[in-house]
Design a binder for this molecule. Structure first.
Ligand SMILES: NC(=O)c1ccc[n+]([C@@H]2O[C@H](COP(=O)([O-])OP(=O)(O)OC[C@H]3O[C@@H](n4cnc5c(N)ncnc54)[C@H](O)[C@@H]3O)[C@@H](O)[C@H]2O)c1
Length: 301
């Protein structure tokens, strides 16, 4: 079985696949233009976030039987279309949960104590002790939107910091684990809001002007899910008005982005979609990709 690795993937995972008998070619910087010409002989492809697998590429991939995405969402793949053509589509849903949760918790501390601006002030040779009085996280309410793998990991860590956790997730049944509330209740009660839901038609720009208006003044927002879930213009306005005191963003409506308007504001901190970018998560993603492809290969006989 011929596999094309289209995005950077752990070397140990590639070696394991080869040892198991898979013929693996690595072209992890292949462009979207070249891919339709290269893909036809391959039975399987490994992708991360960079390579998008849309319907025209699937049509070009005449031999394709399996797509494995190293990562959580399948929003970069036309998965239903691929499945309608008999192609198996898999991902690695658990591999990066802990890393994204840790980044989220890091951002909560960074927002509460202005860690980035206070460091910039120190580097500028200043000693602005009064300006940087912060807040404790303990005793504050954290609203988790999307109570799946990552949302639960964030909640567990937040409880250990003595935060009260409430969650909004219309797709899961009542649970003893957390107080599930309506979106409006969450917006009006939370001191910190963190997003851990997929981006889809329903969640597109789901946090917009009307939702910011319902939030507590001085709320802080963390988005380590997907950029398009938050209306970035409405967030900008909410930051300017003071409704939102701070925002930490790992994801953006358009990626990669440089010189983003939100980063002209001191209250905004962020990162270039690095939620899953830890050695540990990358190792687990690679291992899970290899496990899934080897299992698929064995089943094919
Ligand atoms: N920043 C990063 O590098 C990074 C890494 C991994 C995942 N992510 C993002 O995090 C998201 C969550 O990952 P996960 O592993 O927890 O996924 P998951 O599928 O385990 O959990 C998602 C939860 O969101 C809920 N949900 C769906 N639609 C909703 C809606 N409209 N409102 C509220 N809740 C809704 C689902 O019921 C589910 O419980 C992914 O979809 C992905 O976009 C980002």
């Amino acid at each position: 079985m011929k596999i094309l690795v289209c995005d950077p993937t752990e070397t140990t995972a590639i070696e394991r696949m080869r040892k198991a008998g898979l013929e693996v070619d690595v072209k992890d910087d292949i462009t979207a233009e070249d891919l339709p010409n290269v893909i036809p002989p391959y039975d399987g492809m490994v992708v991360r976030s960079r390579t998008k697998v849309r319907a025209p590429l699937i049509d070009a991939a005449k031999n394709l039987k399996v797509i494995v995405r190293g990562g959580v969402g399948l929003d970069t793949i036309d998965a239903d279309y691929a499945r309608s053509k008999g192609i198996t589509v898999m991902n690695t849903p658990l591999a990066s949960s802990a890393s994204v949760a840790e980044l989220t918790i890091g951002y909560l501390f960074a927002l509460a104590r202005s860690i980035y601006p206070v460091t910039a002030s120190m580097k500028a040779g200043k000693w602005e002790k009064k300006k940087f009085e912060g807040d404790e996280l303990g005793g504050k309410t954290l609203g988790v939107i999307g109570y799946g793998n990552i949302g639960k990991e964030v909640a567990r860590r937040a409880r250990a910091l003595d935060m009260q956790v409430i969650a909004y997730d219309p797709c899961i049944p009542a649970t003893q684990d957390v107080e599930l509330v309506s979106l409006d209740e969450l917006l009006s009660h939370a001191d910190y809001i963190t997003l851990h839901l997929p981006h889809n038609a329903e969640s597109h720009n789901m946090i917009g002007a009307a939702q910011f208006a319902k939030m507590k003044t001085g709320v802080r927002l963390v988005n380590c899910a997907r950029g398009c879930i938050v209306d970035e213009d409405a967030l900008y306005d909410a930051l300017i008005s003071g409704k939102v005191a701070g925002a930490a963003l790992d994801v953006f409506a358009e990626e990669p982005c440089q010189g983003h308007r939100l980063f002209t504001l001191d209250q905004v901190i962020g990162s270039p979609h690095i939620g899953a970018a830890t050695k540990e998560a990358q190792g687990r993603v690679g291992a899970e990709v290899a496990d899934k492809l080897i299992e698929f290969y064995k089943k094919m006989g």
